[in-house]
Each structure stands twice: as C-alpha cells, then as structure tokens.
Design a binder for this molecule. Structure first.
Ligand SMILES: [Zn+2]
Length: 274
C-alpha cells in the first residue's frame, strides 16, 4: 500500500505541469454507479460462452528491443491496435493516464480506478482514447466524443482491487477500425496453466511482457510479469487474443489483476453490450 501511495504521489508530481496547463472543457462522459459494493455471488457458476475476437486485416506482430518489456514496434497491428492509451481528466482537476482494451465493437474494458480518481472519488469528465498511438498527432484512431461508463466500485473506503473493473461504451463502432479482444473465463487450474501477454501504454509507448498468473481469489490474480503505472486497465490475454483479465495494481509487492468471469460477462449482457 505504501508503495502504491508513493507511486501515485510520484505520478502526481510528475504530472502537475499537465494539470496546470489544463483547459476548461465541457463534460462528455456519463458514469453509471455500481448497484452495490458487495453483491458477491457465491458458489460455482456455469461459465458463459466465450466471445470471439475480431481480427482486422493481417495478424502480424512487429517487435523491437530485447528488454523484459518489449516495445511494440507497430501499434497499428492487431491485437495491439485494440489497446487504448487513455488520457483522462477528472472532476477534481487530476489528470491520469491509463490503458484499456476493446472487447466488443463499441465497448472498452478498463480498471475502475481509470474512470474514477481514487484519491478524490471524482469521475472522469473528459477522456481521450487513442488506438495505435504514436503521438498526439499520429494514431490509428482517436475517440474523444460522448461515452457512457460503468465501474465495479467507487472506492468508498479508499483503494481496493476488489471490483476494480469497468467498461466504457462508445457511441460509434470503434471496433470496426481497431478490432477487439475475445474474452475467456477459465477456471482456476486452466488460468494458472496458461501463458499470457500483458500489454499496456506508459508515457505513450505500448510495451508488453509475457508471463504466468496465479489465482488470488475468484475475482483477482497475481501477474508474474513486468508492469508499470500507466498500464492500469491493460489486457492480460492469451496467444489467441482472448483476454482473461486486466492489470489493476500492485498488491503486497506483486502485480495483480482483475479476472474476467461470468460476473463481468453477465454485466455486459445485462447492459445489452454482448
Ligand atoms: Zn483527483
């Protein structure tokens, strides 16, 4: 926790110059409140059918570098073009950078704390979603129009990785250009048996690492891969471009993420998005 707070403070300091330069804009987003902070359903659940990934054009990954985290050379290639670099401005005046990923033709999944400033419990009022980001002037697709979002938690008692997920619904079919990830909901054993890509933006650069995950509980998992602030909300996905979860935070000195499950699936279905 201390580490996370220190990290956030460092980010705030680093970004204060941006916040000062912020111009006044009208709100573009509406965020739906979570129905309940503790509506955990117990017992085994029948897993819903997997969703199918959409692959636009040729699938070819171009990779540069030899670090643990590998920079994606061509961010316009699927599946990397389905990952968003999110620049968010919040009611409290904060400005945060995060990641997200398309899961349907018009829906993006990310972490709840990318949509709510967890320090001030204030909503994002303006968000710009870049896909295939190279620079503010060069990208595959940019969405900065109206959106509706849902978050799994409002962090009423401070930050927790429980229910730290949410989605953003766009009013145009962004996915027709960017493609989207399929979603898969493996049981504990199958989840731990897999090898996953974790790919997210930081400082405008998309990098990925490959690693395994360990089950923390029915909603969360440890991620054994290199991840950094800014990657929040980025997808954890398999070699067939099915997402199994998203990166949320550091927790007990390890990276952790939120698992996709029948819970997230059913919420998307209930809201008419799947
Ligand atoms: Zn704030």
């Amino acid at each position: 926790m201390k580490r996370m707070i220190a990290m956030l403070l460092a980010m705030l300091l680093a970004m204060s110059c941006w916040a000062l330069a912020e111009e006044k804009e009208t709100d573009r987003g509406v965020i739906i409140f979570p129905e309940s902070e503790s509506d955990d359903s117990n017992g085994p659940q029948k897993l819903p059918p997997e969703s199918k990934p959409f692959v636009p054009g040729d699938v070819q990954r171009t990779i540069l570098g030899s670090d643990d985290r590998v920079r994606v050379g061509d961010t316009w290639q699927y599946p990397f073009c389905s990952i968003a670099y999110i620049v968010g401005k919040y009611e409290c005046g904060c400005r945060w950078y995060s990641s997200g990923f398309m899961v349907t033709r018009d829906t993006l999944m990310t972490a709840a704390h990318c949509l709510v400033c967890q320090e001030h419990n204030k909503w994002a009022t303006n968000m710009t979603f870049y896909f295939g980001y190279i620079s503010d002037q060069s990208y595959l697709y940019r969405y900065n129009s109206e959106w509706t979002a849902y978050v799994g938690t409002l962090f009423p008692d401070g930050y927790t990785s429980v229910n730290d997920w949410g989605y953003v619904h766009f009013n145009t079919n962004v996915g027709d250009t960017t493609g989207w990830f399929g979603m898969r909901y493996p049981n504990d054993d199958d989840l731990e048996a897999g090898i996953y890509y974790i790919a997210g933006y930081r400082d405008g650069q998309l990098k990925y690492d490959i690693g395994t995950v360990r089950v923390l509980d029915s909603d969360r998992m440890w991620i054994d891969a290199d991840i950094l602030p800014g990657n929040s909300g980025c997808p954890v996905f398999d070699a067939n471009n099915y997402a199994v979860g998203l990166f949320t935070t550091y927790y007990d000195n390890a990276n952790s993420g939120f698992r996709l499950s029948s819970k997230t699936h059913n919420k998307l279905v209930a809201d008419g998005l799947l």
